[in-house]
Design a protein around this ligand. Structure first.
Ligand code: ATP
Ligand code: MG
Length: 448
């Protein structure tokens, strides 16, 4: 018998809000984390993208706020730190959804790029929950606007990413300002390196929760497409974007300039596309994400600023136009689709000379990416380098990919029909296909 939210001892204001949000059952990470957090344990949690980690930390935190604080003052009772502004805004919005039957609950998002006025006003009255990026929170702390003496829970979402972004000193300063007896909830994709050391420092006998990927939690089909050069890449992209099964897509680029350039090009080609990157004014960033959420734009071209945490359930496709700089970003990027049990399709482009970068991602994943080609659009250039040496798996090994069982035998020397699995147009469109390379529809496994 599966457990319900009420079995987890969540109280009625939260239960009715969850029912209204359409949450029928806790996800595995919620099943493990909520009781442990309600029992006041510190937590170190890892679980796959889109598996409901936000509610895993917000629900037990909000449950504390059903009762009045025992301490005087107006400072926050809970603080959530996130690496990006958009994620902070999203987390606070979730808190409002889960806390909608707690009219006394007061929360605020403190992020850069927005005016101080509203934030200062919010902080001038008693506040329950602050969701913040470290930089702006520090600005307010320096001005003496935040009193952490009432703080009960500190949560770091995407902790590893915050450290990658160089927030370690800020985080240490913030933590030092909070009461030692607080509860600490840490969410991170990994505990390797610096983030593991930080976790040790911040937590007290933490419960470690590590939820392995489960098929039933959603499935992201992955395709790897090699291309000769950027022109070839653009042709592949145009072809894929004409797929009628695309509801909404996020395309990741390596640079801010490229995200703008590509969004402009797609817009000129008639797609409803817009870009998102960290140099845009925050107002634009907010409007762009809102337009995506409301379905007013179909394609978001973004840098890795959108790779972590962003939850837009209608995203059916993720396209890595450029390979991610760090292998782990691959997992987070593709995790923008296939959320909350849905399926999604992730397509990664790699130029033939980026073979080694692909190999790095595959080593991180400990599996090969299913390599495919599109009929008539196969790469013609030879793959430049081939990884060699210890610990590196060769592509020249006839190894079968468990997913499609159809790996290239050796280098992709030619564009013959035998190289890789074909990206097959669905049957209905197969009849319409022309040899000329004009737009055709490609099959998609993203069905919702
Ligand atoms: N118990 C539930 N039942 C149904 N939907 C849920 C449940 N819990 C969370 N969701 C939904 O699942 C989606 C993903 O949740 P969330 O953003 O918290 O995932 P995440 O694990 O934090 O992902 P990421 O690693 O990308 O940050 C959201 O749309 C959320 O509303
Ligand atoms: Mg998250």
């Amino acid at each position: 018998m599966s457990l319900s939210f009420s079995d987890l001892k969540l109280q009625s204001p939260l239960l009715t809000a969850l029912a209204a949000a359409g949450y029928e059952q806790p996800t595995p990470v919620q099943l493990e984390s909520i009781p442990a957090a309600l029992a006041n344990h510190d937590l170190m949690v890892s679980a796959q993208t889109g598996s409901g980690k936000t509610a895993a930390f917000l629900l037990p935190t909000l449950q504390r706020m059903i009762k009045r604080s025992e301490k005087p003052g107006k400072g926050p009772r809970a603080l959530v730190l996130t690496p990006t502004r958009e994620l902070a805004q999203q987390v606070e919005k979730n808190a409002q959804i889960y806390g909608k039957n707690m009219p006394w609950l007061r929360s605020v998002t403190l992020v850069g790029g927005t005016s101080f006025g509203q934030q200062i006003r919010a902080l001038s009255r008693p506040i329950d929950l602050i969701v913040a990026t470290p930089g702006r929170l520090m600005d307010h702390m320096r001005q003496g606007r935040i009193d952490f003496s009432r703080l009960e829970v500190l949560t770091l979402d995407e902790a590893d990413r915050m450290l990658d972004m160089g927030f370690i000193d800020d985080i240490e300063t913030i933590v030092a300002a909070t009461p030692a007896e607080r509860q600490t909830l840490l969410f991170s994709a990994t505990w390797d390196g610096m983030v593991g050391k930080l976790a040790q420092k911040l937590t007290n006998q933490p419960e470690k929760i590590d939820i392995a990927r489960e098929e039933k939690q959603g499935k992201i089909d992955e395709h790897l497409l090699y291309c000769d050069d950027s022109r070839h890449k653009n042709r592949l992209l145009d072809f894929i974007l004409r797929d009628t099964s695309i509801d909404q897509a996020v395309i990741f680029t390596a640079t801010k300039a490229m995200s703008e350039q590509l969004a402009d090009r797609l817009y000129e080609n008639g797609f409803s596309a817009n870009c998102l990157h960290g140099d845009m004014p925050q107002g634009w960033r907010n409007r762009t994400l809102m337009d995506l959420r409301k379905g007013r734009i179909k394609i978001l071209v973004a840098t890795d600023v959108a790779a972590r945490g962003i939850d837009v359930p209608t995203i059916t496709h993720v396209i890595n136009y450029d390979l991610p700089k760090q292998a782990e970003d691959y997992v987070h990027r593709i995790g923008r689709t296939g959320r909350a049990g849905r399926t999604g399709l992730a397509i990664t482009f790699a130029e033939v000379n980026e073979y080694v970068k692909v190999h790095k991602i595959e080593r991180y994943l400990n599996r090969k990416l299913p390599e495919q080609t599109i009929d008539g659009m196969e790469p013609t250039r030879k793959r430049v380098s081939k990884p060699t040496g210890r610990g590196r798996r060769s592509f020249n090994n006839n190894s079968n990919n468990p997913k499609n069982g159809n790996w290239n035998n050796g280098n992709r020397r030619n564009n013959s029909a035998g190289s890789g699995q074909k990206h097959r147009p669905n049957q209905q469109n197969q009849a319409n296909r022309s040899r000329s390379g004009s737009p055709r529809s490609v099959s998609s496994q993203a069905k919702h």
